[in-house]
Design a protein around this ligand. Structure first.
Ligand code: B1M
Length: 212
C-alpha cells in the first residue's frame, strides 16, 4: 500500500531522494496519482506552509521542502498529465518589470505548486504585456505579481491597466505580494488580493477562486 504519510513526512523534512523513491514506488504499485499528489505532496507542503506562517520554519527549510516536492513531482507530473488530473487552477507568476528579485517569488510558486496549482513561471523583469499574453495564450486563471523595490511597485498597477486594456480583467484574478507591498496598496491599484507570505498566497488564491 502506498506510503502517503511517509511521503508527506519526507516533504516536511526535505528528504528529496526519499520523496522521489516513495513516489516511484507508489506509482509502481498502481496508486492513484491524484492521491499521491493530495495525500502525500500537498499534505506535506500544507504542514510546511503552516510551520512557515508560525515561524517554526524559515526560508531555508521551505526551500529544502520545495526541492523534495520538486523531485517527487518529476515522477508524478508526466503521469498526472497522462491521466488528465486537473490542477486546482493555472497561475502565471512573475517578478514585475524592472525587478530582478526572485527568491520570494520562487517560494510562492513552490507553495502554490505544492497545493496543486499549475504554475507558469514567467521569471523576473516581466513586462505587463507578458502577463497579458499568459492570460490570452495560456489561459491563466490567476496572476501573481511580486515586487521587492518601491520603484517597481508601479509596474503592478501598469499590469492591471494592461489587463483592463486587453478586456481581460474580468477573466483573471490578480494577486500581489513582496516586502514593500501592502493590502492597502492592493486595494488602491485594484488587485483582487494581497498575500504577505508564500503560505498566505495559497490560502488567498483558494479563497479568491472559491476552492478553499
Ligand atoms: Co535587493 N534590495 N536590490 N537584491 N535585496 C532589497 C529588496 C532591499 C530592501 C535592500 C535594502 O536596501 N535594505 C532594497 C529595496 C529598497 C526598496 O526599494 N524598498 C534592495 C535594493 C535597493 C536593490 C538594488 C537596487 C541594489 C543596487 O543595485 N543598488 C538591486 C536592484 C536590482 C533589480 O531588481 N533591478 C538589488 C539587487 C539584489 C540582488 C540581485 C543582489 C539580490 C536578489 C537575488 C535574487 O532574488 N535572485 C538582492 C537581495 C537578495 C535582496 C534582499 C537582501 C533579500 C530579498 C529576499 O530575497 N528576501 C533584500 C533585503 C532584505 O529583505 N533583507 C533586498 C527573502 C524572500 C523570501 O522574501 O522576497 O519578501 P520576499 O518574499 C516573501 C514575501 O514578500 C512574499 O512571500 C515571500 C515568502 O514569504 N512574496 C509574495 C513575495 N512575492 C510575492 C508575490 C505574491 C505573494 C507573496 O503574489 C501573490
Amino acid at each position: 500500500m502506498a506510503d502517503f504519510e511517509g511521503l508527506a513526512t519526507a516533504i516536511i523534512n526535505g528528504k528529496a531522494p526519499v520523496a522521489a523513491e516513495i513516489t516511484q514506488q507508489a506509482l509502481a504499485e498502481g496508486a492513484n496519482p491524484s492521491d499521491i499528489l493530495t495525500k502525500g505532496l500537498v499534505a506535506g507542503m500544507d504542514v510546511v506552509g503552516r510551520k512557515f506562517k508560525n515561524n517554526e520554519f524559515y526560508v531555508p527549510e521551505v526551500l529544502i521542502a520545495a526541492r523534495a516536492m520538486k523531485s517527487a513531482m518529476e515522477h508524478l507530473r508526466p503521469v498526472l498529465a497522462e491521466t488528465g488530473v486537473q490542477p486546482v487552477a493555472r497561475v502565471a507568476i512573475g517578478t514585475v518589470r524592472g525587478d530582478l528579485h526572485d527568491i520570494g517569488k520562487n517560494l510562492v510558486s513552490m507553495m502554490l505548486e505544492g497545493a496543486g496549482f499549475e504554475i507558469i513561471d514567467l521569471g523576473v523583469d516581466v513586462k505587463p504585456e507578458q502577463f497579458v499574453e499568459a492570460v490570452q495564450q495560456k489561459n491563466a486563471d490567476v496572476i501573481c505579481l511580486s515586487a521587492l523595490l518601491t520603484t517597481t511597485m508601479p509596474a503592478m498597477s501598469d499590469t492591471i491597466k494592461a489587463l483592463l486594456d486587453a478586456n481581460l480583467r474580468e477573466k483573471v484574478k490578480v494577486m500581489i505580494g513582496g516586502a514593500p507591498v501592502t493590502d492597502n496598496y492592493a486595494q488602491e491599484i485594484g488587485a483582487d488580493g494581497y498575500a504577505p507570505d508564500a503560505a498566505s498566497a495559497v490560502d488567498r488564491a483558494k479563497v479568491l477562486l472559491g476552492v478553499a
